[in-house]
Design a protein around this ligand. Structure first.
Ligand SMILES: [Zn+2]
Length: 383
């Protein structure tokens, strides 16, 4: 039987940097599930190189608990690591390696409990939910949640094991990212009457996005966040070739991070409306030609605090935590689970302070505390 630390070493050994394949890791988890006779289903992404995975330990009845973990991790390029990031390296009472905190430690802890989970006579199931490319904007999560709900009876609660030092986190903003492409008509700078300037159109849209950002700032609405409002960022603008050419094409990237109350498609609809109704007619005024298109690059849903939420109450029973529920400045797959009607809390070992950095580490004491939380979950669900 392999313990949490051995399993963590296995998981860290797979380079699952976002946007690369996670299939080797998924296959290893499937093999482990098979040795315990646990049924599972895999779902490939459209490229066939990444997969989500759902497994159920216990009876096929409603009211189970989801343990959710993303399998990808952030890149190591350009970071000064003092050991091989894909080899789990002990350092005193810490373990070092890419993903140990974010969030292979939680996954290793869940997998280490498999024998206990299988041996227990669970009256409600534990559902493992593994996703891909979370770090790119919860890319795999929407399909993963569909897979969960289409293959399993409806669960009652979900624990997303992102690093929170095992304290309950009940809120985060969403992250919605877009690329807007403006196609105009190029021409000599002396002849603007025969051209359509894509750069100017992009700048008009960028300014409008910033106007919306100010409006949200002035209407500051949610004191559980810092800052207490939805933010917008105009991030990159690529356009233009030379001083005497009217730019034909512009590409603008931008994002907004909505507080839960603002997490709808309304903001992007407002930007699209302005682009279509105001900027596009100007772009087309001289030549009759020009297009503006929007592409969604990331769509992480916000997590909203729940009144008397089942998931938060569950982790408080399991950990004994009396820490006040808090919000975090990053998004998780949890927003998608909550949007599907599953009570959701973020609670996992390690601290986000230790994530995404060179020499990412987790305290062995945090892993042991996570093991204890999941052992308590097994007990609760077999009562
Ligand atoms: Zn994470």
């Amino acid at each position: 039987m392999r313990g949490t630390r051995d399993l963590l070493a296995d998981l860290v050994g797979f380079d699952t940097t976002s946007a690369t394949s996670n299939l080797e890791l998924i296959a290893a988890v499937e093999a482990l599930l098979d040795t315990h006779g646990v049924p599972h289903s895999r779902q490939l992404d459209p490229t066939g190189t990444r997969a989500n995975l759902v497994a159920r330990i216990g009876p096929p009845v409603a009211g189970g608990v989801v343990l959710a973990a993303h399998t990808d991790c952030v890149p190591v390029e350009g970071q000064p690591w003092s050991s091989d990031p894909f080899t789990l390296t002990p350092d005193g009472d810490r373990l070092v390696g890419r993903g140990v905190t974010d969030m292979k430690g939680f996954l290793a802890s869940a997998l280490a409990q498999l024998p206990t989970m299988v041996a227990a006579e669970l009256t409600r199931p534990i559902l493992l939910l593994l996703t891909y490319d979370e770090e790119l904007g919860t890319v795999g999560a929407p399909a993963a949640v569909e897979l969960l709900l289409s293959t399993q009876p409806r669960p009652e609660a979900a624990i997303v094991g992102e690093p929170s030092l095992l304290a309950p986190v009940t809120a985060h903003k969403g992250v919605r990212a877009f690329t807007t492409v403006i196609e105009g008509v190029d021409g000599h700078s002396s002849q603007p009457q025969h051209a359509a300037n894509a750069l100017v159109a992009a700048a008009r849209i960028a300014t409008h996005i910033d106007d919306l950002a100010r409006r949200h700032r002035d209407a500051a609405a949610d004191p559980s966040f810092d800052p207490p409002y939805t933010t917008c960022n105009v991030a990159t603008l690529h356009a233009g070739q030379a001083i005497n050419i009217v730019p034909r094409r512009a590409e603008l990237t931008w994002e907004y991070r909505p507080v839960p109350a603002d997490d709808s498609d309304a903001l992007v609809a407002e930007v699209e409306r302005y682009a279509t109704e105001v900027v596009l007619p100007e772009l087309r005024a001289t030549t009759g030609r020009g297009t503006i298109t929007f592409r969604t690059d990331a769509a992480a849903r916000a997590l909203a605090p729940e009144q008397g939420g089942a998931a938060e109450a569950l982790v408080r029973r399991l950990t004994g935590s009396t820490a006040p529920a808090s919000s975090v400045p990053f998004a998780t797959d949890g927003g998608h689970l909550q949007a599907a009607g599953i009570s959701t809390v973020v609670c996992g070992p390690g601290s986000i302070e230790q994530a995404h950095r060179p020499d990412e580490w987790i305290a062995t004491e945090q892993l042991a505390a996570c093991d204890a939380m999941l052992a308590a979950l097994v007990e609760e669900l077999s009562a």
